[in-house]
Unconditional design. Structure first.
Length: 229
């Protein structure tokens, strides 16, 4: 329906994760302000998945959550628009002896059978899409999930009030943690990418057919939504 005017997910906005140099420092730079291993353990517990569940991790980056889930015995497809990110995820899978499937795709063109997945996860990637296309993406995610399937979204999402102050604090926090590198990364995010308000994100999720089961917001700037079909 929208093929002629579809948004180009492969055109990098903000950080260019098609570049090998950016991918090479991705894990180390994120480790300065995130405990990724703890995040992944908590998420697997939160999802309450059956043994051997079918999962898609969209915007998988270098594959840490996908690898953690596959290591627990789940069947996982790791999806990303960056071939460089997928390349690093594949290297990790070989290094750790973990079986993963990979798909070079984004939210708007992934190929996953309808009603085939127990869960879809998305961490810090949906903000690469403008709001209209977030809605299209979420509808496609919902269609891929089984009845009762779970969708977990973690992203930079602004609180409905005091957003500018929250952003300023976040930029200062990133600078304190990682100097000019993380400061410029944070500034570039809000200047060039498409993070939105919580009230908009909730509306997009609900109008795409999701039931929001839990929401957690950290510092008014990072939100997690656990949803169900």
């Amino acid at each position: 329906m929208y093929q002629e005017w579809k948004y180009d997910e492969y055109r990098q906005v903000g950080k260019d994760y098609t570049l090998a140099d950016e991918v090479a420092v991705y894990d180390s730079s994120h480790a300065q302000f995130r405990n990724v291993d703890a995040e992944n353990r908590a998420l697997l517990k939160k999802l309450e998945l059956p043994s051997g569940a079918s999962i898609a991790d969209i915007g998988c980056g270098t594959g840490e959550f996908a690898l953690a889930a596959a290591g627990e015995g789940h069947s996982v497809v790791a999806v990303d628009v960056s071939a460089s990110m997928l390349g690093r995820a594949k290297e990790k899978a070989v290094e750790r002896g973990v079986e993963l499937r990979f798909q070079h795709a984004g939210y708007l063109d992934f190929q996953l059978p309808a009603r085939s997945l127990d869960a879809v996860t998305s961490s810090f990637s949906l903000h690469h899409l403008p709001d209209y296309w977030k809605g299209v993406a979420l509808e496609r995610v919902r269609q891929s999930l089984k009845q009762g399937g779970r969708f977990f979204l973690r992203d930079v999402v602004m609180s409905d009030t005091g957003a500018a102050a929250c952003v300023s604090r976040f930029v200062a926090q990133q600078e304190a943690l990682g100097g000019a590198f993380l400061r410029e990364d944070a500034i570039g995010h809000f200047r060039e990418e498409f993070s939105t308000y919580d009230w908009i994100m909730r509306g997009l999720l609900e109008r795409s057919g999701f039931k929001i089961r839990a929401v957690e917001t950290v510092s008014g700037i990072v939100s997690e939504y656990l949803c169900e079909v």
